[in-house]
Design a protein. Structure first.
Length: 195
């Protein structure tokens, strides 16, 4: 009596690896969304749930990544949008030798608060953080310590900046912020203070 030996195929990979990677990508997205939705209850607790930054805010931020500079501004925060005016400075060329020139830009702007829609429409509690997607535009003034007359004639420029901002409430009047913009210095860390 002979027993037949069943041989496993050498290639155990699926015939359509793209379909598998899409499934893994979807699972990773779902897992990330669950983590974000659980994050406030883990890190902030229920006492922060009622302290959504709302109303007039002073924004102070600094950057040492992608250029040394500072940002100061006035932000009017609402549930689903903000209106703001910020002054952004890139002062790196004043201390280091680069091909860039120092710059100061005044930019009014507006942003949409992505998690504000669930608070407004669904009546959800504040998660302890917000994600804003916005756009700013305004005039800039460039300068250098050793300017030529041609460079002096080209001091003014118009700056258009899409940005992404993460804010997290820490107390009734203070919120931390991380901001990524398209103009230098691009990465900024700072605070919102309610006034």
């Amino acid at each position: 009596m002979f027993l037949q030996h069943h041989k496993e195929p050498d290639n155990l990979l699926p015939e359509h690896p793209v379909m598998v990677s899409r499934g893994k990508l979807g699972a990773l997205f779902a897992l990330s969304w669950l983590l974000i939705s659980w994050l406030p209850s883990i890190s902030h607790g229920q006492d922060v749930a009622q302290s959504e930054p709302w109303g007039r805010q002073l924004q102070f931020a600094a950057s040492t990544l992608g250029g040394n500079g500072a940002q100061i501004g006035l932000v009017s925060a609402r549930s689903v949008y903000t209106t703001e005016v910020v002054v952004l400075s890139d002062l790196d060329p004043l201390w280091r030798t680069t091909d860039r020139r120092a710059r100061v830009v005044v930019m009014p702007g507006i942003s949409l608060r992505m998690l504000g829609f669930e608070r407004l429409i669904g009546g959800a509690a504040y998660r302890g953080f917000d994600i804003d997607i916005g756009l700013r535009a305004g005039p800039g003034l460039t300068f250098d310590t050793e300017e030529t007359s041609a460079e002096r004639d080209r001091r003014f420029e118009l700056v258009l900046e899409p940005f992404l901002r993460f804010t997290s409430a820490q107390s009734g009047r203070l919120s931390w912020l991380l901001e990524l913009g398209s103009t230098r210095p691009a990465f900024r860390v700072g605070i919102w203070v309610t006034y």
